[in-house]
Design a protein around this ligand. Structure first.
Ligand code: ADP
Ligand code: MG
Length: 613
């Protein structure tokens, strides 16, 4: 070994001082204001608070203040709280298995205090005076007894004032503010009984009033017509509020996931919810809503992630199946129309960028403030999309079969919608593709192609699954020019074609001959259809899953078999379509997730003309 190596050898090993450890930990746990807030609000919840108010200035970069009415801390605890690994929530290793509080690592306050100026004021019930503690960059500045209320008030000034490198990574004020707001709205789903308020630069930006149960709170936050998911399988309880497939968005924040009242990000659950939406979503779309899973503490490990946002399930397959099944059951009954207000949202969603979509959510949240809510309720009792769910809770047969597990018990009573397409009075056809109806002070518009497509799609898929798709032989076979590659692709998937009722064979190297087609389509479109399947659906066959290819083909068949825009439809055909829709699962959306029916209530229409009732 050369001298050089020895000279450059590292210094001898030393233990890092606590302050350095805390600063490092701060980088992992509290990388931005929203993360600081998450830790502080968790602490308030753990302290039993019923009312939690957040104040931020400059997106939290200058000031974060959290005021709670929880149990408070004694003077000794108020100092201990800032020590590393100081926690009141974990006594021994066994506790780790059954943790029900939000915090347990005992590092949040120590980390935050290492990189900011902190003022804590706290009082318990049996203390006459409150304790005030000031710490800057991990150094204790002052402790004194002052007057104060029960609970805890903590102020974080100048986050990262002594770690400029970290400070540089903070985003613009408005971005940090948006993250905080979005987080708080999601968090509020998990704790219905707690009031949460957020003030940004002294403006009230969120005020989420307490509700007695999960669904009430969720409706208040979501502010969209939504389906209740309610199921219990063995010891897995699933609750949720999910919106129409056409409200799905291309961003993961669209779906809030709770596991044992903890906000988590979990791909497995996300996938289960998406599969539960069945044939109504595009692959990149994520449903808009909230899903909450509760299971015994020993069935889930929450200790895998420093920010506690990831979990591990002991029986993850059962959880997956339970969630998918619960969502499937709920969504099946989602026949009711979209209110036109939410379909404005849909069209914005499609034509504007993602940033606009998320601010749109916030608009809705702002409306969730209690004052506003009451006002609109008074204005018109029948108004408000959220109420449709309540008003329509009349008997409707609920899916009874339970394909996954006969021992699993499903409770699913809330999704009884009594919306019947056949109740609608037909007015006429407009703009070549739309059917207008009236019923009980509401006007409805049905997209005739989307409706027929949904009916046909379900029919085709069911027949495919039951292997009873009928076929028709062609008197004069059709030949299609597909090129070498196209013919090759079709022949490789000949099994799939046969299952759908096509009989095809090669005719030379670049031509295909069709002798039979499924009865649901008119033979004249077979040429076009096979070309589309060969070019689009089979192309994905290497990467895509078999089920997906089948889905694509079903959707394509359904599309071709359905009434086109421009077809003049007579009254009897309209009635037949309505009757079919009543019999059809997922009738509220076409196989591409677009709405089939949109509703306008009288108030909305009166508003167009400036009439206020
Ligand atoms: P953890 O939450 O993991 O225990 P923290 O550093 O977040 O660690 O908090 C340390 C301790 O301080 C907590 O265990 C709790 O006893 C006390 N504490 C923190 N915030 C509050 C609060 N708002 N009300 C009452 N006690 C609190
Ligand atoms: Mg904590």
């Amino acid at each position: 070994m050369s001298n050089l190596a020895i000279n450059n050898a590292p210094n001898k090993i030393r233990l890092l001082p606590d302050l350095v450890i805390n600063k490092i930990a701060a980088g992992e746990v509290i990388e931005r204001p929203a993360a600081v807030i998450r830790e502080l609000v968790d602490n308030s919840v753990d302290a039993g608070a019923k009312d939690i108010a957040l104040y931020i200035i400059e997106g939290g970069k200058q000031l974060i203040r959290v005021v709670d009415d929880g149990c408070g801390m004694s003077p000794e605890d108020a100092l201990l709280a800032f020590e590393r690994h100081a926690t009141s929530k974990l006594q021994n290793v066994n506790d780790l298995e059954s943790i029900s509080t939000k915090g347990f690592r005992g590092e949040a306050l120590a980390s935050i205090a290492a990189v900011a100026k902190v003022r804590l004021k706290t009082k318990t019930l049996d203390q006459a005076l409150a304790t005030e503690v000031r710490i800057e960059g991990g150094k204790l500045i002052k402790v004194e007894q002052v007057s104060g209320n029960l609970g805890t008030e903590i102020e974080i000034l100048n986050l990262f004032f002594n770690t400029p490198a970290r400070k540089k990574f903070l985003k613009a004020e408005s971005t940090e503010e948006k993250k905080i707001k979005q987080w708080l709205a999601s968090y509020a789903y998990a704790h219905p009984q707690i009031r949460f308020r957020l003030f940004c630069d002294s403006r009230e930006s969120l005020n989420i009033s307490p509700k007695s149960d999960f669904f009430e709170r969720a409706r208040l936050i979501l502010k969209q017509p939504a389906m209740e998911v309610k199921a219990e399988f063995d010891r897995i309880k699933i609750q949720g509020l999910l919106t129409h497939p056409s409200m799905a968005q291309a961003q993961s924040s669209s779906l809030t996931i709770l596991v044992n009242h903890r906000l988590v990000q979990d791909r497995m659950i996300l996938r289960a919810v998406k599969e539960g939406y069945d044939s109504t979503l595009k692959s990149f779309e994520i449903p808009y809503g909230v899903i909450s899973i509760e299971l015994p503490a020993d069935q889930v490990d929450v200790n895998v992630h420093p920010q506690k946002s990831e979990v591990r399930f002991v029986a993850s397959q059962s959880v997956f199946v339970a969630v998918r099944q619960a969502v499937l059951l709920a969504i099946k009954n989602f026949k009711s129309p979209q209110n036109s207000q939410s379909s404005d949202f849909v069209s914005q969603k499609q034509y504007q960028n993602v940033a606009v979509q998320s601010s749109n959510n916030f608009l809705n949240l702002r409306e969730a403030a209690p004052a506003f809510q009451n006002k609109s309720e008074n204005m018109s009792p029948s108004f408000g999309q959220n109420h449709t769910a309540n008003q329509r809770q009349v008997a409707l047969p609920v899916a009874t079969s339970n394909p996954i597990n006969s021992s699993a018990e499903i409770t699913n009573q809330s999704n009884k919608f009594a919306f019947h397409y056949t109740d609608l009075n037909y007015i006429g056809q407009v703009l070549t593709c739309y059917l207008v109806f009236e019923h009980e002070f509401k006007m409805y518009i049905i997209d005739m192609h989307a409706a027929h497509e949904r009916v046909n799609y379900n029919l085709i898929r069911k027949s495919f699954e039951n292997k009873n798709l009928t076929q028709q032989a062609l008197i004069i076979p059709i030949t299609i020019e597909l090129g070498y590659e196209g013919v090759d692709r079709c022949l490789k998937s000949i099994e799939i074609f046969n299952q759908f009722g096509f009989e095809i064979e090669a005719f030379g190297e670049t031509t295909l001959i069709i002798r039979q087609v499924p009865s649901i389509i008119t033979p004249s479109i077979a040429n076009q259809l096979i070309k589309e399947i060969a070019a689009n659906d089979l192309e994905h066959s290497q990467s895509g899953k078999f089920v997906e290819i089948i889905d694509h083909i079903c959707a394509r068949l359904a599309c071709h078999a359905s009434m086109r825009s421009g077809k003049v439809i007579n009254r009897a055909e309209v009635q037949a379509l309505l009757a079919q829709l009543d019999e059809t699962e997922l009738a509220g959306a076409c196989p591409h997730g677009r709405p089939v029916i949109v509703e306008f209530n009288a108030t909305q229409i009166e508003n167009w003309f400036g009439r206020d009732r």
